[in-house]
Ligand binder design. Sequence first.
Ligand code: PAF
Length: 286
Amino acid sequence: MIIARTAAELRAAVSGPCSFVPTMGALHDGHASLIRLAAEHPEPVVVSDFVNPTQFGVGEDFKSYPRDLVGDAALAAAAGAAVLYAPDVDEVYPPGFVTTVDPGPLSRELCGASRPGHFVGVATVVTRLYGLVRPTRVVFGRKDYQQLTLMRRVAKDLALGIDVIGAPTIREADGLAMSSRNRFLSADQRAEAVAIPRLLAAIAEAYASGERNPTALLLPTHALPSTLELEYLELRAADLSPYDPAAPAVALIACRLGATRLIDNLELDPADPTAAGRTLDAKEPV
Ligand code: PAF
């Protein structure tokens, strides 16, 4: 695997079509599964490793966000990446850069409500990275469900000709969704964090037993420990429009444990109501 620090090095390594996995580094098994999914296609896989300053708000964890290029390179290579592209901030945002990509009103709801500007930062950097990497296919994790939905929107609205793939969430043995931020949790917080997949499991169980009323489905919120500060728990249609009991849906949660913000979700399908519970099982990376 080649480590490219500049667009010129990237171009020298990959000149034709490629698959792309954008990341902010601090790679874990969840990222490995995205890379493996991308590597199922014949084109070489480019993984970007760039902590994007424009998607962090004031007081958020940009400075403390974990960085580990050596560990990232080992994981990306083992998962089948051809290139790890780790550019400097000046290459992604050269002097004079002023363009932004605003993915619309949905970017100001859910996570966007408490993180103003976050999804404009994500959509802008990912679109810029598309220009540098020139992929035909991109893989995002389904854990960041709103991000995936918005990046599908951007690809469609801007007619980018990029196939956007959503990869299943990879979970720890106790069900906690893998995240680069899990490493910030103390032992006590890590034990409390399991309340999130347990809450989703309770929703999955109620849904499987035929419950479709949103208030009843979201009732298990009361079981969350008081140290876990709930930011939102919402039921939406699968495209994040308002919930429709007869259509595929998603329960989305964001909460804080101390300074660490965690998100997760559960996809619900009336055509296969027991499937949601199965997605909460720990999974080996594909
Ligand atoms: O999901 C992430 O890690 C980031 O939001 C992304 C897509 C790499 C953009 O910086």
